[in-house]
Write a protein that binds this ligand. Structure first.
Ligand code: SAM
Length: 354
C-alpha cells in the first residue's frame, strides 16, 4: 500500500497534513469524497495530479486549505533554505516577512541562540507576525518599507548571516477584496501594500494622463494594447472599483484577450502604486552592507524587470578584484509550473554570498 503525504504547508505552521491512501480496495464513500471536493476543489492551486490521486484515494483527515487558513505558503522554500544555508545561532533578516512562512522555517533551524529581524510594510502582515512570533524575544518586527528598514539597520551598524527578500504581493493581499489587488474580486481600487500610504490605484487611474497610463501598462505589464486601454480609462473616469476597471479592459480588448490582459493591467498598476521597482533598486544599492562577511542573500522576484535588476546587481557586485559578492546562482532558480502555489510558477530566485 502506498501512502501519499501531501504537504500544503510546512509543519511548523501547525497546519495538519492531508493524508491520502492510494491503491486500496476500499473505495471512498460518497461523503468522504464530497467533504474533500467541497473543501478544496475550488482552490486553483490544486494540481491535476493531486486531484487524480484524490479520486482514487481515501481522505484520511480533512484539511483546511491555505486560503481558509489565511496563511501564506512560502515560495521556493527548499531552494531558499539551500542557498541561505541557515545554521544554529545565526542571524536572519527577512525584508518581506509577510505571514512568516520563510521566517518560521529559518527560525526553526537557527533556534533559540539565533536572532531574526522581520520587516513588512503591510499592517495586516505585521499583526500576523506579532501573533506568530511576538513571544519570541529573539525576533524583532519592523513595520516599514524595506529601504527605510535597511538604511536604519545599517545606521545602527547591524549585519546579518542571511538576508531574504521575497518581493511582491502575498496571497492574502490577493484574497482580500477590500485591498483591491485582484481583478477577480470586487472591491475599491486600492492596491496599497502600506495602508498608510496616501496614493491608491484609483488616484493613479483617475489623475494620470493617457501617456502616463500607457507607460505604466507597457513597461510594467508588457501589455501590447496599453495605449487603447489607457485611452478607454481616460474617457470613462472616474473609476473607483476593481470591477469597473475590469469591465473597461474587457470592453476594450474583447473577450478573446481579456484573460491575458487583466492580470497584466492589474499587476502593472500595483507595481506603480507601490513603487516596487524604485524600492528594489534602492534596496540593492545598500544590500551588501547588511551582510556579515560570509553572509548570504537571496531575492525572489516575479517580474522580468525585477529579475533583470537583481541579475545586473549581482553581476556588478561579483565582478573583478573589487568584488563584494560571489554569485551563487548563475541562472535564476525557477518555480515549477506544477507547483501547488500559483505564485511559485513565475518565481525567480537569485542568491549571492559576501
Ligand atoms: C510575497 S510576500 C512575502 C511572503 C513571505 N516570504 C512568507 O513566506 O510569508 C511579500 C510581502 O512583502 C511585503 N512587501 C513588498 N514590498 C515591500 C517593501 N518595499 N517593503 C516592505 N515590505 C514589502 C508585502 O507587504 C508582502 O507582505
Amino acid at each position: 500500500m502506498r501512502i501519499i503525504l501531501i504537504r500544503y504547508h510546512n509543519n511548523s505552521m501547525n497546519i495538519p497534513y492531508l493524508l491520502v491512501r492510494n491503491k486500496q480496495k476500499q473505495k471512498p464513500s460518497q461523503k468522504q469524497k464530497t467533504d474533500y471536493w467541497a473543501g478544496t476543489l475550488d482552490e486553483k492551486w490544486i494540481t491535476k495530479r493531486v486531484v487524480i490521486d484524490m479520486t482514487v484515494g481515501l481522505v484520511m483527515t480533512k484539511q483546511k486549505t491555505p486560503h481558509q487558513n489565511k496563511q501564506h505558503h512560502p515560495v521556493l522554500l527548499e531552494s531558499v533554505l539551500q542557498v541561505l544555508s541557515p545554521k544554529a545561532g545565526q542571524s536572519y533578516l527577512d525584508l518581506t516577512a509577510g505571514y512568516g512562512g520563510h521566517a518560521s522555517e529559518v527560525l526553526d533551524i537557527i533556534g533559540e541562540s539565533g536572532s531574526a529581524t522581520l520587516v513588512d510594510r503591510d499592517a495586516n502582515a505585521i499583526t500576523e507576525l506579532k501573533k506568530r512570533f511576538g513571544d519570541n524575544e529573539n525576533v524583532e518586527l519592523l513595520h516599514t518599507d524595506f529601504v527605510t528598514a535597511a538604511t536604519g539597520l545599517i545606521r545602527k551598524g547591524k549585519q546579518f548571516d542571511m538576508v531574504l527578500a521575497d518581493i511582491g504581493v502575498s496571497s492574502p493581499h490577493l484574497d482580500m477584496p477590500e485591498r483591491g489587488f485582484s481583478y477577480a474580486r470586487e472591491g475599491p481600487l486600492d492596491m496599497r501594500m502600506d495602508q498608510q500610504q496616501a496614493t491608491t490605484a484609483a488616484d493613479l487611474i483617475n489623475t494620470m494622463s493617457e501617456d502616463e497610463l500607457t507607460h505604466i501598462f507597457r513597461s510594467y505589464g508588457e501589455e501590447p494594447r496599453a495605449r487603447r486601454i489607457a485611452r478607454a480609462i481616460t474617457t470613462h473616469r472616474p473609476i473607483n472599483r476593481t470591477s469597473q476597471l475590469a469591465a473597461i479592459v474587457e470592453d476594450t480588448v474583447g473577450k478573446r484577450y481579456v484573460g491575458g490582459t487583466l492580470p497584466r493591467v492589474f499587476q502593472a498598476l500595483r507595481i506603480a502604486v507601490n513603487d516596487e521597482l524604485g524600492q528594489l533598486s534602492l534596496l540593492l544599492t545598500v544590500l551588501p552592507k547588511l551582510l556579515k562577511p560570509g553572509g548570504r542573500m537571496a531575492i525572489i522576484s516575479f517580474h522580468s524587470l525585477e529579475d533583470r535588476l537583481v541579475k545586473q546587481f549581482i553581476k556588478q557586485a561579483s565582478y573583478g578584484l573589487e568584488a563584494t559578492l560571489a554569485n551563487l546562482t548563475k541562472k535564476p532558480i525557477k518555480g515549477s509550473k506544477n507547483d501547488l502555489h500559483p505564485r511559485a510558477r513565475s518565481a525567480m530566485l537569485r542568491a549571492a554570498v559576501k
